[in-house]
Design a protein around this ligand. Structure first.
Ligand SMILES: [Zn+2]
Length: 91
């Protein structure tokens, strides 16, 4: 009997502090996806077999979301569909 493959240890989880709280972040290879998810960052579907991020507030695993890697990395900057005005970048 083969152990069921669960990609938790191999993908790894990390904790990230964001403006709205501490997130648990799991990086998925996408190979285990069975359906496309909608990314809350850009409101587009994440195609099957696409490496992406699953993240949720540490106390709200029910509220987990699937993100494009790039959208997740931009999360704390500006979400393009929620904020039109841009602060001047600080250099
Ligand atoms: Zn996205």
């Amino acid at each position: 009997m083969e152990p069921r493959e669960i990609n938790i240890a191999s993908t790894g989880e990390s904790r990230e502090d964001h403006k709205d709280g501490t997130y648990i972040v799991r990086r998925l290879t996408g190979s285990g996806s069975t359906k496309p998810y909608r990314c809350p960052g850009c409101d587009q579907l994440i195609p099957l077999a696409t490496p992406h991020i699953v993240a949720w507030l540490e106390y709200d695993e029910e509220g987990r979301r699937h993100w494009h890697n790039t959208c997740w990395s931009k999360k704390d900057n500006r979400r393009p569909n929620t904020e039109r005005t841009r602060n001047a970048p600080k250099f």
